[in-house]
Design a protein around this ligand. Structure first.
Ligand code: ADP
Ligand code: MG
Length: 141
């Protein structure tokens, strides 16, 4: 997978997230957890993208920017934010290995570059770049 998107408002970014979720639901094997790693500066649209992503998974719960929360779980969907993580060991202490080992799980990790060492090889990386106040570049790898 190597797709590049340019968006000029948050609903367009949500739509890209929704589309990725739809694709995952169609292609997920059931043998492995699905994990996406989101990388990009503060305000580049990672949480906004995940709002669309969660919608695409059929989740009704609102996706929040978990500034003070590292992990939120809704069913088999895990939303992790590593903004406050200084060492990958902190994520391991929260049971990260077990979460990624459960084939039923779908995991989205914001600031995933902070725990790159422990992200699985099958991670789909989604990179966000702030081009201007409203413009974002999103690269899915
Ligand atoms: P992050 O999680 O990367 O810190 P957020 O998604 O929380 O970023 O915040 C992105 C902010 O930028 C929101 O306030 C959103 O309304 C605004 N925004 C403006 N244009 C866009 C766009 N094209 N895509 C996503 N967010 C946008
Ligand atoms: Mg965020």
């Amino acid at each position: 997978m190597n797709h590049k998107f340019f968006t000029s408002n948050s609903s367009q970014t949500k739509k890209v997230g929704r589309a990725l979720a739809a694709k995952i639901l169609k292609t997920k094997s059931g043998k492995k957890a699905f994990i996406i790693g989101l990388v990009g500066d503060l305000g580049s649209g990672k949480t906004t993208f995940l709002q669309g992503f969660a919608q695409g998974l059929g989740l009704k719960n609102k996706i929040l920017s978990p500034t003070f929360i590292i992990m939120r779980r809704v069913g088999h969907f895990y939303h992790i934010d590593c903004y406050r993580i200084k060492n990958p060991k902190e994520m391991l202490a929260l049971g990260f290995k077990k979460i990624i080992a459960n084939p039923k799980n779908i995991i989205a990790v914001e600031w995933a570059d902070r725990i790159r060492k422990i992200m699985p090889v099958n991670t789909i990386w989604v990179e966000f770049e702030l081009l201007s106040e409203k413009k974002r570049r999103i690269v899915v790898k």
